[in-house]
Ligand binder design. Structure first.
Ligand code: ADP
Length: 508
């Protein structure tokens, strides 16, 4: 199955004009996302929405970002010296006018626009009061975000060639752009990136009026999906190009197993779909300079790694057993991430004194309760920290021997790449971006361990393989660490993939 269906670009070269000499002007690209690190983050989307535009700027393009100004974002923006535009925009939604203030902050020189609207975004949560609950007016909140993002270029006097929208929260951007909502942007094209197809933003049909869309668009070819107004599907249907965050995930979402009811829609729009594997920010995630970890190290001198592991054991109250590997998890605690599988599989290894486990995350309550029980059964061998904690995430990843990501599906995943950067061997399910980024040690030149079918038997087998290598083949373990630490996971090649895509759209 083709992962990239980009049209071949007609060459404009002549015999007298070598291709390399055809300088193309820099592009203007507006990214629209519901979270952007370090201003506000609940998952990998925030990392991507910060790192991809930054990488595009390094390649000479004028990439900018806009996002809602949540309560925490507002505080962070103030700290970063935000400046406010004097005139707010007025965005109508379902007969109600919302005043949208615009603040600008610079992140390493990149303009980031915060769209402030007290009645919609000045709340503690991003999507709901807790991880288990959504705000009742999310359709309005994100319809207004999409409209405001398209009105922003007029307010700041800057017309992008491309508007690049991320995930369902911005799925109405391509629709509104194509339906002529923004008269100031007649030539602007749209890209829509699916970071996780399981989250679709499905609302009652009458919520379509919040975006001011014609009611006839409520049909299965456009905005309706199984009797709901679906913002993800709307984005897919109307975007000029659709991307996902790894090559393998672009294939997977065309199948019923991974498509979350959207597989036929994806296949239908396959001609404009491509998968571009995410990168990571090598400056923010570097064991040689990370301000959050207790000792620094690199691939040539790993002494600091042992110190990090020792300090994490102390911090987590784990038994001091240098002969036993410490495995960590930094994740949303959900079934997607295979947390139930970890709980089901690890007890025998812990009882046998073969591994220690530390988990950092928050999510489904039933998984938190089961993790509580696991910790209570194995004091000194299992540690769990509930909540979101960026510095601790760095200490977990640096301070462990192996890192678990047994996801049922994983569009890209960032933590396995962070782990490899820090010489922590990832143990991952062979799916999505995990399959694209982790090479199993058994196939040679490997950087981690992969397993296929998602059940306790196969997961236990891969744990056995990892523990075997750790205990009996330390030189091979070290070699795999070094390969992971020196692999190139930077954004540069992914950003070039997006530039090719944009240029194909703009220059033909
Ligand atoms: P997803 O976006 O599906 O949650 P990713 O692996 O793409 O998964 O990205 C998760 C991001 O969130 C990573 O940067 C990871 O370090 C971070 N993260 C997840 N849980 C926590 C937590 N409890 N504390 C700190 N960072 C976390």
């Amino acid at each position: 199955m083709a992962t990239t269906t980009r049209r071949a670009k007609p060459s404009t070269a002549t015999a007298l004009e070598p291709v390399a000499a055809q300088a193309r002007p820099g592009l203007r690209i507006l990214h629209v996302a519901s979270e952007v690190a370090p201003l506000i983050k609940s998952g990998g989307l925030a990392d991507v929405a910060q790192a991809l535009p930054a990488a595009l700027r390094r390649l000479g393009h004028d990439a900018r970002v806009c996002l809602p100004c949540y309560r925490k974002t507002y505080l962070e923006a103030e700290r970063l010296g935000a400046t406010w535009l004097s005139t707010p925009m007025v965005i109508e939604s379902g007969g109600v006018d919302h005043k949208i203030g615009i603040a600008e902050v610079k992140l390493d020189g990149m303009p980031v626009y915060l769209l402030a609207c007290n009645e919609l975004y000045d709340r503690d949560g991003l999507y709901g009061p807790s991880a288990h609950q959504e705000y009742e007016d999310n359709a309005r909140r994100f319809a207004v975000l999409s409209k405001a993002a398209l009105a922003l270029p007029g307010a700041i006097g800057w017309a992008p060639h491309i508007v690049h929208a991320h995930d369902w929260q911005t799925g109405l951007v391509p629709v509104l752009l194509q339906r002529g909502f923004c008269k100031a942007l007649p030539a602007t094209r749209s890209v829509f990136t699916i970071h996780n197809i399981a989250f679709q933003g499905a609302f009652p049909a009458h919520d379509m009026r919040l975006a001011g869309l014609d009611p006839w668009l409520y049909n299965p070819m456009h905005c309706e999906h199984f009797g709901r107004f679906n913002m993800l599907k709307s984005g897919i249907a109307f975007a000029d190009r659709v991307t996902t965050v790894s090559r393998r995930y672009a294939e997977e979402i065309q199948t019923p197993e991974f498509g979350w009811t959207m597989d036929a829609v994806i296949r239908h729009h396959g001609y404009k779909l491509s998968g571009i594997t995410n990168g990571i920010d090598p400056a923010a995630w570097s064991p040689a300079s990370d301000p959050h970890i207790p000792a620094h190290y690199d691939a040539d001198d790993m002494a600091g790694k042992a110190a990090c592991i020792q300090r994490l054991r102390e911090e987590c109250g784990l038994a001091r057993r240098e002969d036993v590997p410490l495995l960590t998890v930094v994740s949303r605690l959900t079934e997607q991430k295979g947390i139930d599988l970890i709980i089901d599989a690890v007890s025998p290894y812990i009882i046998a004194g073969r591994m220690q486990l530390a988990v950092l995350g928050s999510g489904d309550l039933h998984l938190e309760h089961r993790l509580n029980a696991l910790q209570a059964r194995h004091p000194g061998w299992v540690y769990v920290w509930y909540g979101y904690n960026e510095p601790l995430a760095h200490r977990f990843i640096a301070g462990s021997d192996a890192f678990l990501v047994p996801s049922r599906f994983e569009p890209c995943g960032l933590t396995q790449m962070y782990a490899m950067r820090y010489g922590t061997l990832p143990i991952v399910r062979y799916t999505g971006g995990l399959a694209d980024t982790v090479r199993d040690v058994s196939v040679g030149e490997g950087t981690g361990f992969t397993f296929g079918p998602i059940d306790v038997g196969h997961f236990s087998a891969v744990l056995d393989r990892a523990l075997g290598l750790y205990q009996h083949f330390p030189a091979e373990w070290k070699a795999a660490q070094r390969r992971g630490m020196t692999s190139d996971f930077s954004w540069d090649s992914a950003a070039k993939g997006y530039v090719d895509l944009y240029q194909g759209m703009v220059f033909g």
